[in-house]
Design a protein around this ligand. Sequence first.
Ligand code: SAM
Length: 361
Amino acid sequence: MEGNGKAEGAIEMFEAQAHIYKHACNYVNSMVLATAIQLNIPDIIHTHGKPITIPNLVSALKLPPHKSNAIFRIMRLLTHNGFFDSTKLNEEEDGYVLTASSRLLLKSQIPNLSPFALFAVDPVMLAPWMVLGDWFSRNEESSAFETAHGAPMWEFCDTNSRFNNVFNEGMASDSQMMRLIVKDCEQAFEGVRTLVDVGGGTGMIAKLILEAFPRLKCTVLDLPHVVAKQTECENLGFLGGDMFHSIPSADAIMFRHIMHDWSDEECVKILKKGREAIMANKNDGVKKGKVIIIDMVLGAEEDNERDVTEMKLIFDVLMMVLVTGKERTEKEYENLFTQSGFTHHKITPIFGLTSLIEVFP
Ligand SMILES: C[S@@+](CC[C@H](N)C(=O)[O-])C[C@H]1O[C@@H](n2cnc3c(N)ncnc32)[C@H](O)[C@@H]1O
């Protein structure tokens, strides 16, 4: 019995060791994924049109044959992680095919999340993690990003055009997922004739909304360096500005992935500007304006799914490290709305990680 007891204790400790190593080495998963994207592996498998063997993949990648074993090992890990499937073609060879996850990484398709996956491991994004421990004992910087790069993220983007592009492309690629559910949000846009997408980046979401609701007129408000080169069209305009100073009036003011970038105090300032913009709106025929927030809500029903909860908690810490923001529970959102003068709100979970929150003055 004693022997068994010891063995059981040992099993638990070895499981704990595997758990620790898995988390300590998790960056390997991120980096291997980014490498597969950089090498163009998903697109090559897609173009091949049937299960691809390692020799065929190596030849399509135009790599020296002695790199075959390295490619095999990358493919084996990515297959284990659900990015590819493998089928036995004969005694000796496996063929690799795409899965739902790698289909979302195809550069030739929409949505294409490759720019987001590359943005997430950009050296600029990784540097703050090296100083996170130091940041805890420092008072001067608002985020570890500022400790690492000497400027808050938005200022850094203004001066570093390479990272500004990587960031904007990452955001735009993530926005493409909205295409799948924009029609489901119809009720939120009912009766809305003018919309301002605050912090709307390069306008990807605005374009998707206009495709679904062509009678809308939309203005994207973002920092001048983000909107500088965007092309306007009849019902889509771009405005360089600062949401802390002023937001143009409209029937609805939208914030997608904006609230989670900012602290409670900063959110209240932004929401008050949003409320002013609705109240100043002179359009008749619309009963009352509203703010539309698209963001994650912690503790929403679908959090029973472990992966979704983990992803929300990861985003929460990301927001702490990169900017001054956080992910919030419904109660925390409600406190922000009350402090900003709004009377009521309605939360509708949409697919994936995000919820749609309508907030009324
Ligand atoms: C996390 S991104 C979200 C982009 C877009 N809404 C989306 O969902 O993909 C935050 C955006 O807020 C913009 N932003 C930051 N500070 C701002 C300010 N003071 N006024 C207007 N936009 C700002 C950034 O340039 C960036 O495009």
